[in-house]
Write a protein that binds this ligand. Structure first.
Ligand SMILES: C[S@@+](CC[C@H](N)C(=O)[O-])C[C@H]1O[C@@H](n2cnc3c(N)ncnc32)[C@H](O)[C@@H]1O
Length: 218
């Protein structure tokens, strides 16, 4: 049986349900809108003035965060986008996912989705993607990070991905003023991020979530 199933969300964009965890990748109130709000508006846009940016994403999933990062970054900015996933989507899902974006942007999304795993791919001169099939529990960084999109399944489903052990590994590799953004804001997330040294900003969440978290390394 396939592990994944496409699901239509209320902004007419698609998300995926993981049938093993019984959890969707995005809010059913709008996959693309949620990704834009949490990771682009509250993450990427804080770094507009950086000429070079290293982003790490926990959970590549549909690749929509990488795609939205590409289309929203300032033209002068070079981004190295590193993303991991332990259970990548089968290629059969790509055509349906690609069909939901603007015709002029389909080719970019396709190139991001089709970029090889465990390799580094130039999507453009100023956007490099490194997709790695790996488990966050034993993933180690090689370069310092500016921005982390922490897009794991919720702590209720995968508590092992929200630990102080993982957060301290990220904290250690973040530059000063580096940021981790996540849709989550439960007590354990805030407690563990604070415990490893992050300063937390509690922001308005993407509905129906009341809050989300931006964690800063000061
Ligand atoms: C909430 S979804 C992320 C969705 C993705 N960012 C997107 O926008 O489509 C969580 C992702 O984490 C992946 N994942 C689950 N356990 C993992 C682990 N231990 N290490 C790395 N990735 C994992 C899942 O396969 C899934 O793609």
């Amino acid at each position: 049986m396939n592990r994944h199933q496409l699901v239509l969300t209320n902004d007419n964009s698609l998300t995926v349900k993981d049938l093993h965890f019984e959890e969707t990748f995005h809010s059913l109130s709008g996959a693309i809108n949620e990704s834009n709000y949490v990771y682009i508006d509250q993450g990427l846009k804080q770094f507009e003035f950086y000429e070079h940016l290293h982003i790490f994403e926990m959970g590549f999933g549909t690749g929509i965060n990488a795609f939205l990062t590409f289309v929203n970054k300032p033209a002068y900015q070079t981004i190295y986008y590193e993303s991991i996933d332990l259970f990548p989507l089968a290629k059969d899902f790509y055509p349906m996912l690609i069909s939901m974006v603007n015709p002029s942007q389909k080719e970019i999304y396709q190139r991001i989705l089709e970029a090889e795993w465990n390799a580094t791919t130039y999507i453009s001169k100023k956007f490099v993607v490194k997709k790695v099939m790996a488990d966050m529990q034993n993933y180690y960084f090689q370069k310092t990070l500016h921005l982390v999109y922490y897009d794991a399944f919720s702590p209720k489903i995968q508590p092992e991905l929200w630990t102080t052990e993982i957060f301290s590994r990220i904290f250690e590799f973040l530059e000063i003023n580096g940021v981790l953004v996540t849709f989550a804001s439960s007590g354990v997330v805030k407690k563990n991020l604070t415990a490893v040294g992050f300063h937390l900003e509690r922001l308005k969440g993407y509905p129906p979530k009341k809050h989300m978290v931006r964690a800063v390394k000061k």
